[in-house]
Design a protein around this ligand. Structure first.
Ligand code: GLU
Length: 307
């Protein structure tokens, strides 16, 4: 069997219903795949169990189906993959790439290394050479190189990060026993043979960590396209925390057209009168990745405002 030319995915977390920002990621990843005859897989990122909201997964799937998205194969739930993540963590440990860490947040904060690229704390490497005597493991971390990891994002251009200086050894298995997003996403994308990751630019700063992990595991690095994220009137990213309203599953083509315009595509008014299937055929034929604004965030349309 030959490798797929393009296999994309959309990976919502079931922390709430789809809002306009997550719809944009769904539309962008879908069109980028379908426009070249590629596959589009759906993955439910429910690995962070405490954040899951009952009913959110069903609501997301219902909204996607009502808006005419068609995915390949059944959706994959990360919660079914814990054994696989454990196996990978053990392998990283055997290779000398992962190690147990006893440090509490307070201890890391006291090291005064300062904030990491994503607002966390740069880990000072205290447990790198082994757990201090009398201490027990709380979390597991990846040993990162003191080297620059760079990639060319299809939308945002060159991105470079020194993993040791900008992030430090990062967590793979958290102190609360949950596998970290960074580990799960890399293992899932690699196991599924994902060739292209199209997602919100809020995740661009974690991409060098994911590439670092891919290198430790000897798996290919997909192409990346990080789309601008939608913000509300206060300039905040739409999310559950900023009370972003759910998109209307019955919003139909006008809603999809709004997501496309947000992605810099020009959508003639006549397109809004199309039936859903006709709209998707039109959108696939006209999808222009080059037109996506090279910005990490942009104000969303009016329906992004909280009620
Ligand atoms: N689950 C993440 C989110 O909903 C997306 C992760 C990804 O696309 O890599 O923001």
């Amino acid at each position: 069997m030959s490798a797929p030319v393009y296999r994309g995915r959309f990976a919502p977390s079931p922390t709430g219903p789809l809002h306009f920002g997550s719809l944009v990621a769904a539309v962008g990843s879908y069109l980028d795949a379908r426009a070249v005859g590629g596959e589009w897989l759906l993955r439910i990122e429910d690995i962070d169990a405490p954040r899951n909201v009952p009913g959110a997964e069903a609501s997301i799937l219902h909204t996607l189906a009502a808006l005419g998205f068609v995915w390949d194969g059944p959706p994959l739930r990360q919660s079914t993959r814990r054994e696989r993540y454990r196996e990978v963590l053990e392998r990283l440990y055997r290779q000398g790439d992962a190690y147990p860490c006893a440090c509490s947040r307070r201890e890391i904060a006291d090291s005064r290394l300062g904030p990491s690229v994503d607002g966390g704390l740069v880990y000072p490497g205290t447990c790198r050479a082994g757990l201090p005597p009398g201490r027990t493991a709380r979390a597991w971390r990846l040993r990162v190189p003191d080297a620059v990891v760079a990639f060319t994002d299809r939308v945002q251009g060159e991105v470079a990060q020194n993993l040791e200086r900008d992030v430090g050894d990062f967590v793979l298995l958290r102190a609360d026993g949950q596998f970290a997003y960074q580990l799960a996403v890399v293992v899932d994308d690699a196991d599924a043979g994902i060739t292209d990751v199209v997602r919100g630019a809020d995740l661009i700063d974690s991409t060098p960590r994911q590439i670092g992990l891919q290198r430790c595991l000897g798996v290919p690095t997909p192409r990346y396209a990080h789309l601008p994220v939608a913000t509300n009137a206060a300039g905040e990213k739409l999310s559950k925390q900023t009370l972003a309203p759910a998109v209307d599953a019955g919003g139909g083509v006008p809603l999809l057209a709004a997501a496309l315009r947000f992605l810099g595509q020009s959508v003639p008014l006549a397109v809004e009168r199309m039936a859903t299937a006709e709209f998707w055929a039109w959108a696939c034929a006209h999808w222009s990745p080059a037109a996506v604004p090279r910005r990490r965030a942009s104000p969303g349309p009016d329906q992004c405002l909280p009620p």
